[in-house]
Design a protein around this ligand. Structure first.
Ligand code: URA
Length: 239
């Protein structure tokens, strides 16, 4: 048993271009059925588990959607931008929803994992400074990294403007002295770049590779989206 909801609300919540008024017209044109019976009234209450068909195609109700996007460089993390492509422009039509937004921002020149959702509560939990959800970054530097970085990050750095950062975990690559990973537990503006600047180094490439315990799928092409199954959503908040 799901929950009771108006038919017009259910359908319009799942389809970004369909309004409640549209659902009313669809009912009048006999395009919608509920559990095998034609739906005459768009204001009727249905169960979210009912079998609802629009033009013979199932409309499955999901309260929220969670999308893993592998953001390419040059795309901005906002819902609208006059000039550049936004992360929302990369969402394929079947994953689109009203109220979809990026939960957290990456810089325009940063690649990697962006969570897109219409679940404000989860986004708040994920982004709240108090929740300390780890975000893991792959970093390529202009200069070789140094052994001293591990302690410098672990102690909590003060970046320009006097902002104090929480302890972060640095791991230098054994194969490449200009590559490393950094785990942050907060999200200050340009934080990774500013932290390496304090150490006299410079970030030349940045990619977010994990949020919480959810790792960016390596086979997800740049610019592509993948729907995160509801059973896996908790991983986004796991430390
Ligand atoms: N830190 C940065 O400097 N940039 C990002 O996009 C994310 C973290």
């Amino acid at each position: 048993m799901g929950t009771r909801i108006r038919l017009d609300r259910l359908i319009s919540s799942q389809m970004p271009d369909v309004s409640r008024a549209d659902v009313k017209k669809m009912c009048l044109k006999c395009r919608i059925s509920v559990n095998g019976k034609l739906a005459r009234r768009s204001d009727a209450h249905v169960d979210t588990d009912d079998e609802i068909l629009l033009d013979g195609e199932r409309v499955c109700y999901k309260e929220h959607i969670y999308i893993m996007l592998n953001k390419p460089q040059g795309v901005v993390c906002s819902t609208k931008d006059g000039e550049s492509r936004t992360v929302i422009d990369l969402v394929p039509p079947h994953m689109r929803r009203k109220g979809l937004f990026p939960a957290g921002r990456l810089d325009k020149d940063t690649e990697g994992f962006v969570l897109l959702t219409d679940d404000g509560e989860l986004a708040h939990k994920m982004l709240s400074p108090k929740s300390h959800v780890p975000k893991t970054y792959f970093v390529r530097l202009a200069q070789p990294w140094e052994e001293s970085y591990e302690t410098a990050f672990e102690q909590g750095m003060t970046i320009d403007g006097g902002e104090k950062c929480l302890p972060a975990q640095f791991t230098g690559s054994k194969e490449n002295d200009r590559e490393c990973t950094l785990v942050l537990h907060e999200g200050k503006f340009h934080q990774v770049k500013r932290m390496f600047k304090i150490l006299g180094n410079e970030v030349v490439f940045l990619k977010r590779i994990a949020i919480g315990k959810m790792v960016l799928r390596q086979d997800l092409a740049l610019g592509s989206c993948l729907e995160i199954m509801h059973k896996d959503v908790e991983k986004l908040l796991t430390k």
